[in-house]
Ligand binder design. Structure first.
Ligand SMILES: [Zn+2]
Length: 411
């Protein structure tokens, strides 16, 4: 298959991308447009990019909002309570059906790489077992990383440590954590040491729900970063949320940034989720409840955006469209400056791929997988401004999804 008339980020002019089976065989400058052969594609001067990435979602919880009750306070903590009620009703088939329905929504929006957190604070590990099957059964659609996520704590939940170890033995790819939710600060610290040991031993990646609270005293990020630094594991470690950083004072944050930079860890922010769940204990002024996305980026560290939830006890909306998260995130994080807009797609492509450690399994380079998107606009700025879409998604050298833009008729 050949994709003609492609505009590529960071390169001038138009290009022709030749796919050979499941690999990219060539990328050449294109000066004239030949007739398009059957089976080839015309990007028509629009951007061609590697697939969008969903770096942070909870596929075992999606499409459950209101079952049995809605989260009325809008807080993270009521979300965890409502989820504990729904969790009692979870079955193997229920988890698989909802996850697959959600994966279809992600695929419809050009996503081909997904990291999902799966709740392992359940003595039967039912959701994990279901998601391990989903990972195999959806390989033609997405590459799925599964995080062993202790929603109700590692130290504060009965047999929490053993459940994490079992989850890794069963095949989880990533070790998770939730130190700010542990009953005490000491337990939060020991949970991080435990999960880093487990990751080091097993070779798993690490992605911790870290300091997802407006409490400026929640300072587990420094513990995670120092563990990553000392063990030389920074490239394999991600801190998700870190929203307490939005409440840290600047003196502490400036000291913290030195450590964060040395550690080499990545950051994932879920801007729509955080603006919804955080700031709930404030009257006015009311905090935005996000991590310092722009500052992390300016400091040369790796940060990206995720959706977190789609119609679950924490967040009632969502449709799988990561471009909606990008647009909202740029607003919420004060990143509508032209320099930020010009490279905004980094936040849902290359930066996310780095956080997920996709390495040579990602990117528009000769020899890499023949996975790519044709977008509806010629550059990052225009994609965000026009609220564009992925028009075609190609995976393993074949068209996976095609979108026909809406037609408008003027009177
Ligand atoms: Zn999450």
């Amino acid at each position: 298959m050949i994709i003609h008339n492609a505009r590529l980020r960071g390169r001038d002019g138009l290009h022709r991308i030749t796919l050979d089976g499941e690999r990219i065989a060539a990328i050449d400058a294109q000066h004239a447009l030949p007739p398009i052969a059957e089976g080839d594609l015309n990007a028509a001067g629009n951007l061609v990019v590697p697939p969008f990435v969903e770096p942070h979602i909870h596929l075992d919880a999606t499409l459950t909002a209101g079952e049995p009750a809605w989260n009325m306070s809008g807080t993270l903590f009521e979300g965890i309570e409502r989820w504990a009620e729904r969790k009692a009703l979870v079955t193997h088939e229920d988890t698989k059906t909802r996850a697959k329905k959600t994966i279809d929504m992600l695929v419809d929006h050009g996503i081909q790489h997904v990291r999902t957190h799966v709740d392992v604070t359940d003595p039967t590990l039912a959701a994990l077992k279901a998601m391990l099957e989903v990972r195999e059964e959806t390989r033609h659609l997405i590459d799925l990383q599964i995080v062993a996520f202790p929603q109700e704590g590692i130290e504060s939940y009965a047999n929490g440590r053993a459940l994490m170890e079992q989850a890794v033995e069963l095949g989880a790819d990533v070790v998770g954590g939730i130190p700010h939710f542990e009953n005490t600060r000491d337990q939060g610290v020991s949970s991080i040491k435990f999960l880093m040991d487990l990751a080091e031993r097993s070779g798993c990646l690490v992605d911790v729900h870290c300091d997802e609270t407006d409490d400026p005293q929640s300072r587990f990020l420094e513990v995670l970063a120092e563990e990553a630094r000392v063990r030389g594991m920074g490239a394999r470690v991600t801190a998700s949320h870190t929203v307490a950083m939005g409440s840290y004072d600047n003196a502490y944050c400036s000291k913290l940034f030195r450590l964060l930079k040395m550690s080499g860890i990545s950051f994932i922010s879920c801007p729509t989720e955080s603006i919804h769940l955080q700031g709930r204990f404030d009257t006015y002024p009311k905090r935005r409840g996000l991590t310092r996305v722009a500052e992390i980026d300016r400091a040369g560290m790796n940060v990206c955006f995720g959706q977190d939830s789609i119609v679950d006890p924490w967040y009632p909306l969502g449709n799988g469209n990561i471009l909606r998260i990008l647009e909202a995130g740029l607003h919420i994080c004060h990143m509508l400056g032209y320099e930020d807009l010009k490279r905004s797609l980094d936040l849902i492509t290359d930066n996310s791929a780095r956080a997920l450690n996709l390495g040579e399994g990602y990117g528009l380079e000769v020899g890499r997988p023949a996975n790519l998107l044709i977008l509806s606009a010629p550059d990052d700025y225009e994609m965000v401004r026009s609220q564009g879409h992925a028009l075609v998604s190609v995976r393993h050298g074949k068209v996976l999804m095609r979108r026909t833009p809406a037609q408008i008729e003027r009177a």
